[in-house]
Every structure is written in C-alpha cells, then in structure tokens.
Design a binder for this molecule. Structure first.
Ligand code: SAM
Length: 245
C-alpha cells in the first residue's frame, strides 16, 4: 500500500513537472534522462520517433536537434503538431507507412531511432509480451537499414521473455547495448529501455539462425508455436505451449 502511494506520488510529481515545462507527457523526462546518460542526439541530427503520440518525446527530440535537424514522428493516433517535427499517422509495421517515413527523411539517413511503442494490452501477460516483442523486432527490421554508421537505437521493452534474445540480436549491430531504467520510469512498471549505441553496419553482416535457436531455447519448447510471423532479423517470438492447450 505504502509502495503504491510512493509510486503514484512520484508519477504525479513528474506529471506536474511536465506541465510546468510545457511537455505533453511525463515520458518526455524519460527521453531526456536517456539522452543525458548516453548523449544520444546532436544539433542537426535526423531522428525517427516511433509511437510518438501524444508527442512528449517528439518535443524533446526537436529541442535537442534544433532547427537544422529533422524529426519524423509516427503513430497510429493523430498527434498534434510539434514545432520542428514532421508527424505521420500510420502503423509502423505497414509497408505504406514505412514508405512515407522514408519519403519524409528526404534522402537522409537516420542518426537516432527512438521507439516508445506500446501495443494495446489484452491482459494476458504472456500474449502481451509476445506482441510487444514482435513489434520491437519489426521496428528494428525496418529502421536498422536506415540508421547511419555511428547512429543509436533506443526502444522500450518490458521485462520478460525474449529480452535476452533481443539483446543478443542487437549486439552484432552496435558497439554498446545497455538496459537503462530512467528515473522517471523507475518503480512505475516493468518497462526498461534498451539503448544501442554506435551502429556498426560494416561488422554485423547477416543475422544467422543462432538467434532463432536461442529464442527456442529460451522459450523451452520442443515444438514452438509461433504467434507471429518471423521478422527478417531472424528474431521471432514464440509462445510457450501449456498443458491445458
Ligand atoms: C507510450 S505511447 C508513446 C508516448 C510518447 N513517447 C510520448 O512521450 O508522448 C505508445 C504509442 O505507441 C503507439 N503504437 C502502438 N502500436 C503502433 C504501431 N504499430 N505503429 C505506430 N504506433 C504504434 C500507440 O498508439 C501509442 O501512442
């Protein structure tokens, strides 16, 4: 009970600070804290903000990259305009939305991808985790080829199945892959951010089948039943088969 009170109180404090500083969400401070820790963005950078509604992260990114920078935000929900950003409405896993994102970049490669994407929660924890991890894998597949050498990739993940495999799949592509829990999200949920720094496309090459094997081992299932299509990285999410199924 006391823990719950402390969590609510902390969330309210971040919300009040967001209102006071003109940010649309308390999540804005999560991105600020990730940036402060990892020096993500520079003036003039190109940033893709995936799952941008209602725009808190987009506001922070636009501030950090300044007028010479480009921020493209995309979400299923319409987002009110953010000065200095181009906002798109669409499903990031959809080819047509992906083409519009590429068009918005105007031929420039991306310096930083930030994804705070969260699927709708069904309440079935295992299914929700599988859907969330699949969404992350699809964002990775789409955006990694657009990320410049030396670029960074940040995504929200929920603690649970598939995280170790995701970390292993990202490691060949980046010099550093770290889990980070910003102060603004501590004690509030199982969310954590995966921060991948210094994209090195010249080293990674093709993802082999080791990732799939690692996933199957992690899910400890002799005949895994995929709940989603395999993503091109070779990273896939499988659901544990239960006795009652
Ligand atoms: C936690 S909110 C993002 C908050 C945002 N970072 C901010 O500070 O304002 C997660 C967003 O992910 C979006 N989302 C979920 N699935 C998506 C998809 N397939 N394509 C695009 N956006 C998606 C949701 O609509 C939701 O607005």
């Amino acid at each position: 009970m006391a823990d719950r009170w402390v969590q609510d109180h902390q969330r309210d404090a971040w919300r009040r600070q967001a209102v006071a500083e003109g940010y649309r969400t308390r999540s804005a401070f999560k991105l600020k804290q990730i940036h402060n820790k990892f020096s993500l963005m520079l003036k003039g950078d190109v940033v893709l903000d995936v799952g941008c509604h209602p725009g808190g992260w987009t506001q922070v990114a636009a501030e950090l990259v300044g007028e010479e920078g480009v921020v493209v935000g995309v979400d299923l929900e319409p987002t009110k305009p953010v000065e200095g950003a181009r906002i798109l409405v669409g499903d990031i896993t959809d080819g047509e939305t992906q083409s519009r994102v590429v068009e918005s970049l105007g031929g420039r490669s991306i310096n930083v991808v930030v994804s705070d994407i969260s699927p709708d929660i069904t309440g079935r924890w295992e299914m929700d985790q599988a859907i969330a991890m699949d969404l992350v894998a699809k964002v990775v597949d789409f955006s990694l080829p657009l990320l410049c050498p030396g670029g960074s990739f940040v995504t929200k993940v929920f603690q649970g199945y598939g995280i170790e495999e995701l970390v292993a799949a990202m490691k060949p592509h980046f010099s550093k892959v770290k889990r980070f829990s910003p102060e603004a999200s501590r004690n509030s949920s199982s969310e954590v951010y995966l921060v991948c720094v210094n994209h090195k496309p010249w080293v990674a090459g093709e993802q082999g089948p080791e990732v799939v094997t690692a996933m199957e081992k992690a899910f400890d299932d002799s005949s895994p039943e995929p709940v989603t299509e395999m993503a091109a990285t070779g990273f896939r999410v499988v659901r544990k088969r239960h006795e009652e199924e």
